[in-house]
Write a protein that binds this ligand. Structure first.
Ligand code: PGA
Length: 252
């Protein structure tokens, strides 16, 4: 089964509207002709309209970095699926480790956010990953199992699900999981999906790697059987780097 590679930029809390629009224009202008991977950029909420506008007519899709599960209501600081759809968003990251670490996200809230996204027709890019302490304690497999199963609770169809394996110790640190380390966890995630949804459905799901992915290490990572793309932070903020990652995705 061949899965289309997905190269996704997670801009985090970077770029104003003007800067984000300029980056998208630069990326779009630099895209090679021919086969492309699926390409996604996820800017901060406030800059989504400018980025969607700049991406119009290009191969770039626009995602959000989070979403709330309720349709509307007294949830100060949150944004609903309807608001994202209204703004032209197609994907949303949920459960990023920075949300879990700094903003109190739990397996439970990640599940609620993922479920709401999928039900609304957004593609949920669900992040899972172990901390350094968990890896050193030999708990990686248990953490991945718990986070993945809980995030998917109540989601009956995988058509709108992407999983991102992001070892927390590799995010923004310059440390990358070796391709073999990443592949081992990706294979575990696919086995969990097969257990929950059947082998055929599991084969259709993209599992992205995230954590200091850059042009230099992307080809080796993307060559692995169960690594179907990247969720990229730092290297997604500069057009030449992101374009090199897109090229790596096209050649994988
Ligand atoms: P990084 O971030 O590429 O800067 O390590 C990845 C992520 O957090 O999604």
């Amino acid at each position: 089964m061949s899965r289309r590679i997905l190269i996704a930029g997670n801009w985090k809390m970077n770029k104003t509207s003007a800067e984000g629009a300029a980056l998208v224009k630069e990326i779009a202008a630099g895209l090679p002709a021919g086969n492309l991977p699926e390409i996604l950029v996820c800017p901060p909420y406030l800059t989504i309209p400018a980025v969607v506008e700049a991406a119009k007519g290009s191969a770039l899709e626009v995602g959000a970095e989070n979403v709330h599960w309720a349709a509307s209501g007294a949830y100060t600081g949150e944004v609903s699926t309807a608001m994202l759809l209204d703004a032209g968003v197609t994907h949303v990251i949920v459960g990023h480790s920075e949300r879990r670490q700094y903003f109190g996200e739990t397996d439970e809230t990640v599940n609620q956010r993922a479920k709401a996204a999928v039900e609304a027709g957004l593609v949920a890019v669900i992040c899972v990953g172990e901390t350094l302490a968990e890896r050193e304690a030999g708990e990686t497999a248990a953490v991945i199992d718990r986070q993945t199963r809980k995030a998917l609770e109540g989601i009956s169809d995988l058509a709108k699900v992407v999983i991102a394996y992001e070892p927390v110790w590799a995010i923004g640190t310059g440390k990358t999981a070796t391709p073999d380390m990443a592949q081992e966890v990706h294979a575990q995630i696919r086995a969990i999906l097969a257990d929950l949804y059947g082998a055929d459905a599991a084969e259709t799901v993209r599992i992205l790697y995230g954590g200091s992915m850059k042009p230099a290490n992307a080809p080796e990572l993307l060559a692995k059987k169960d690594i179907d793309g990247g969720l990229i932070g730092g290297a997604s903020l500069k057009a030449p780097d992101f374009l090199a990652l897109v090229a790596a995705g096209a050649n994988a």
